[in-house]
Design a protein around this ligand. Sequence first.
Ligand SMILES: [Zn+2]
Ligand SMILES: [Zn+2]
Length: 173
Amino acid sequence: MKTPAASTRLDGGCACGAVRYRLAARPLIVHACHCRDCQRLTGSAFVLNAWIEGRFVETLRGAPASYGLAGGSGRPHDVFFCARCGTYVWSRYSGSRDSLFVRVGTLDEPDALAPDVHIYTRTKLEWLELPAGARAFRSFYRIAAVWPAESKERMRRQREAVRRRSARRAPGA
Ligand SMILES: [Zn+2]
Ligand SMILES: [Zn+2]
């Protein structure tokens, strides 16, 4: 993964400034997603999503509004946006409720995070050529085969914390 200087702040926000956020950690992985949903939602060729544990996304100002969509898989997908200007700031998918997929283009320095993988390239726009050597998958991929060890360990710890929390909520369940 590309590692910018430690001083690079991963702050971002919407177009009107009502929503401001900070990523308190590096993302687990950065996706360039070429699926039809992402093309439609962005009005562009693909989206850049930084996959990160939700607890590392600090809202500095304004709480984004959200609405629920059926994702490409038919499973729910919540899209979060500024209620004033409509900029999409992140998504949450049903398969990973404790993570957020933050739109890299809303960072103050979007160059700080380059895509680690391109996904759903089966619907990639034909005129778009990926850089030589880019890791690309026609649909999704196997996390075990792609993620760096550090990210896998972070996700393991995150899932463990979630399990402990839900065990406390429902004792004996
Ligand atoms: Zn806004
Ligand atoms: Zn997508």
